[in-house]
Write a protein that binds this ligand. Sequence first.
Ligand SMILES: Nc1ccn([C@H]2C[C@H](O)[C@@H](COP(=O)(O)OP(=O)(O)OP(=O)(O)O)O2)c(=O)n1
Length: 191
Amino acid sequence: MLLSDRDIMAEIDAGRVGLDPWDPGMVQPSSVDVRLDRYFRVFENHRYPHIDPAADQSDLTRVVEPQGDEPFILHPGEFVLGSTYEVVSLPDDIAARVEGKSSLGRLGLLTHATAGFVDPGFSGHVTLELANVATLPIKLYPGMKIGQFCFFRLSSPSEHPYGSEKYGSRYQGQRGPTPSRSFQSFHRTPI
Ligand SMILES: Nc1ccn([C@H]2C[C@H](O)[C@@H](COP(=O)(O)OP(=O)(O)OP(=O)(O)O)O2)c(=O)n1
């Protein structure tokens, strides 16, 4: 079930869902707007001949921080990682999705390429997969509204929420735009 504004507020007031920093003005009818943090990870493609999900390529990306009120310019076709300004924390019976904003989508800005799901139990900044599919560069201002979270109540609490031992939980507690940890516990079924 998708949580309404009043259900979201009740979960926040009960301390079960955390959004830090919290601004009640960000609540929408059944979502909460989130803002863009000031850190980005740009790809250093010259370092590798290919991207390998099985290999530790931690230096494939480099952190860039615009100074003061400077925007980050995202060029057409470019793909960088960003992150939400808010840290989100979910209990074991609520999952979330990060969604784009229509006003930005209409300009050609994508906020996640394929991964919009936030597990029950997750806590951390959410990493944004920012892409410009327009034909002109787009200015990204730290602190601007960049997307929205919507929240879903599970049919029952998760037995092994994100962060518990059972699963990898490779991104629990992540701070800022976090590069892929795909190589950690990379598994391939022989077929
Ligand atoms: N755009 C997104 C989507 C998700 N997450 C966070 C919240 C999720 O709970 C966590 C893990 O997401 P997935 O389960 O989709 O990723 P993996 O399966 O690759 O990671 P893991 O093995 O840790 O489950 O990453 C994020 O930071 N940014």
